[in-house]
Design a protein around this ligand. Structure first.
Ligand SMILES: Nc1ncnc2c1ncn2[C@@H]1O[C@H](COP(=O)(O)OP(=O)(O)OP(=O)(O)O)[C@@H](O)[C@H]1O
Length: 326
């Protein structure tokens, strides 16, 4: 459905130097530098996938999304999405895609949200009957009843984002590009947005490409991640695979009846805290099985409660960025 091959994109920017003399010189002679934002990017995405497109600041995520949406033209490479080259066949292509840029609005600032929806309906030539059904569903599932009659400028960020997502889906696109859709949202709004993305993917088969710095978004939504760093694709695979590679540590917290004898720790365990009633250790599951560690503890103390925590996804991503030195 989505196929990118050897995509490169550079930005040419004017060098700016401080001082009056330099400013005067720049009037007659400008120096430029080139920033290689994307260098030979290739990947394919199938229909119905949710792919997390991740990477540190300045990695080239938004540039890729802009190319895939047809807003930017790459310097070299091929991009075919649903049979179209996005920047060449823009009019027919945009019917297939919905785009949300978390940092920018596609809604008209001073008019009620509902009027923006109506305008988008006309732009995309959505038949009235179809529009009625879609809008009803969007208003219900994104809980927009209370806000659709307010102008966008009066909405909070979370309310606006829910409207932005609705706006991007009015023409029932088959692909949704989301560039940081949960940026600045509170925990409740983030969960609502994630739930909605999951629902349209499951029920309508919408393919979703998501860029985000919130790894909880990735964990909640994406089975596959593409990691980009310094303009290159560094990893393309399952999130679960990353967990296996980088998330091998587990934290075991054991509560027990008061114990004053020394406890022999499982092999390689790192003690995080230790009292007469509670012990918290971190183990590497490549070397020690969680069940073995618990059995060993239960043979020495009278356990009353045990909790096991896996490594947070943020830690795994930090390790991944470190490995690739990005
Ligand atoms: N319009 C532009 N003009 C010049 N350089 C740009 C422009 N847009 C992006 N860049 C540069 O291209 C590189 C990639 O930027 P891009 O916005 O694609 O990164 P990103 O991965 O989306 O970053 P972030 O996570 O910070 O949003 C950066 O070095 C950025 O400074």
């Amino acid at each position: 459905m989505i196929h990118l091959e050897g995509i490169s994109k550079s930005y040419k920017i004017a060098k700016r130097q401080t001082g009056l003399r330099q400013a005067a010189k720049a009037l007659f002679y400008r120096e430029y530098t080139t920033i290689a934002a994307l260098k030979d990017i290739s990947f394919s995405i199938n229909q119905g996938e949710i792919v997390g497109y991740i990477g540190p600041n300045g990695a080239g995520k938004s540039t890729t999304i802009k190319i895939m949406s047809g807003i930017l033209v790459p310097d070299t490479g091929k991009c075919t999405i649903m049979g179209c080259t996005p920047w060449k066949e823009r009019t027919s292509y945009v019917k297939n895609i919905g785009v949300v840029f978390g940092q920018r609005s596609q809604l008209w600032w001073d008019v009620p949200v509902m009027d923006s929806f109506e305008l988008l309906k006309d732009i995309y030539k959505v038949p009235q009957q179809e529009y009625q059904t879609t809008i009803k569903l969007l208003i219900e599932t994104l809980e927009l009843q209370e806000i659709v009659n307010s102008p966008v400028r009066q909405l909070s960020l979370g309310q606006r984002m829910r409207c932005e997502i609705a706006a991007s889906l009015i023409h029932s696109p088959q692909i949704l590009f989301l560039d940081e859709p949960t940026i600045g949202l509170d925990a409740v709004s983030k969960i609502a947005v994630r739930k909605f993305i999951k629902t349209i993917n499951k029920e309508k088969g919408v393919t979703v490409i998501l860029t985000t710095h919130d790894m909880n978004d990735i964990e909640a939504l994406a089975e596959r991640v593409i990691l980009i760093g310094k303009g290159n694709v560094l990893y393309d695979g399952h999130l679960e695979e990353l967990r296996k590679r980088f998330g091998t540590r587990k934290t075991i917290t054991a509560d027990y009846s008061q114990n004053t004898s020394p406890i022999k720790m499982p092999a390689g365990a790192e003690i995080l805290s230790y009292t007469q009633e509670r012990l918290s250790i971190s183990i590497d599951t490549n070397h020690t099985k969680t069940s073995d560690a618990i059995t060993q503890l239960s043979q020495q103390v009278e356990l009353t409660d045990v909790t096991i925590e896996t490594q947070p996804i943020e830690d795994i991503i930090v390790k991944l960025y470190k490995e690739y030195q990005i």
